[in-house]
Design a protein around this ligand. Sequence first.
Ligand SMILES: [Zn+2]
Length: 238
Amino acid sequence: MADLAGIEAFADVKRLIVVAAHPDDLETMCGGTVAMLVARGVEVFSVNCTLGDIGTQAAGISRTTLGSTRLAETEEAARLLGIQKTYNLEHHDGELVPSLELRAQIARLYRITQADTLFTFDPYWTGQIHPDHRAAAQAALDAYMPSKMPLYHPEQLNEKGAMVGLLQRIFVFSSDRNPNIFVDVNAIYATKIAASLAHQSQFPNGEENLDWMKALDMKAGAQINVTYAEVFKQLDVW
Ligand SMILES: [Zn+2]
């Protein structure tokens, strides 16, 4: 296949922010690439818009308890991946909408972290059946432009270290719109699995619960003749 890029597509990235909906989205969607970028010295900030507080079929567990469990699991996964800092916007799982409030919350994090690059879901993938994934990604894209404008929520700029947003690059994952960046993650795949399994509440039976993730990564890997790959598409922004 022509015109495919690999990890070199991220050569200029120094500070990466990943906006997802749920604890475990980052790990399972792009955990390998994140670990490789951390190893190269990139500072990574993880944002989950929801607490993931309906993510169980188990009886007798409250949303509050599940939400706290998932925050702790996120921290453990972040430690394994070498993520600099995690943020949770504490919306409820299954109820996320790309509101003005969410847009401003994400813009604030662009301003505080001074990230130069964004990873998020592709909100326009027609197969994206999870409303939270669509909403998180839509709000993340919508926050890009206003975060750069000083008159947008100027109070955010009074926070320590905050400046107008510096994002220069946006890459989406879970996209069917001709993704062309295939990152060979074989060398780091054990780390991706370990970080994903840190979400014990989601994968209580261990690696067998990750068959779906491996299948996706193998499908991507087949495109570049390796076992496992992660896929992205870069959006044109200016
Ligand atoms: Zn999710």
